[in-house]
Design a protein around this ligand. Structure first.
Ligand code: CO
Length: 172
């Protein structure tokens, strides 16, 4: 199985987001499985389809980031947040922003409705870190990136690193 390439900022595909998934077939399951492997390979705990250049509303995650804890794996298709409560700032990273970590404000408690890989409607209540990962990955489905949500101070702090990524992309 050839690994998927995780696109790095400022690759334009990251801004395209994803379209609603309508085909719940073997291809979708295979894509989710490949994304999960790429996520573990890159030492991440979430990955959204636009990050591998695929414009679909599909995301995978494992809050433990631990390949041996398969029971914590989730694949969410066409997710939307039904309820949200509270807000808190906490540290985040993103596989599309190597070397950058910064605080982002997210809802503390969410209820998300989504379809599983078979197209079945599901509902999930999540809090804290899991809720944070889901919100981060859902942003990718809209072409929104963590750097869009930084405090003014953090925007200034990471500017040099973003410029490095921009230069690296320009040379690639
Ligand atoms: Co990300």
């Amino acid at each position: 199985m050839e690994p998927l390439e995780v696109l790095v900022y400022p690759h334009p595909a990251l801004r395209r987001g994803g379209q609603t998934v309508t085909a719940f077939d073997q291809d979708l399951r295979a894509l989710a499985a490949k994304m999960m492997e790429s996520m573990y390979d890159e030492i991440g705990c979430g990955l959204a389809a636009p990050q591998v250049g695929i414009e679909q509303k599909l995301l995978v995650l494992n809050p433990s980031g631990d390949k041996s804890k398969r029971e914590e794996e989730l694949a969410l298709v066409n997710p939307r947040i039904l309820k949200k409560k509270g807000r808190e700032w906490d540290d985040e990273g993103c596989l599309s922003f190597p070397g950058i970590r910064a605080e982002v404000e997210r809802h503390v408690d969410i209820t998300v409705v989504y379809q599983d890989l078979d197209g079945k409607e599901q509902s999930l209540k999540a809090s804290g870190f899991l809720a944070r990962v889901i919100q981060h990955e859902m942003d990718h489905l809209e072409g929104v990136l963590m750097v869009d949500r930084l405090s003014a101070a953090d925007k200034l702090r990471v500017r040099g690193k973003l410029e490095e990524l921009e230069q690296r992309y320009a040379r690639s």
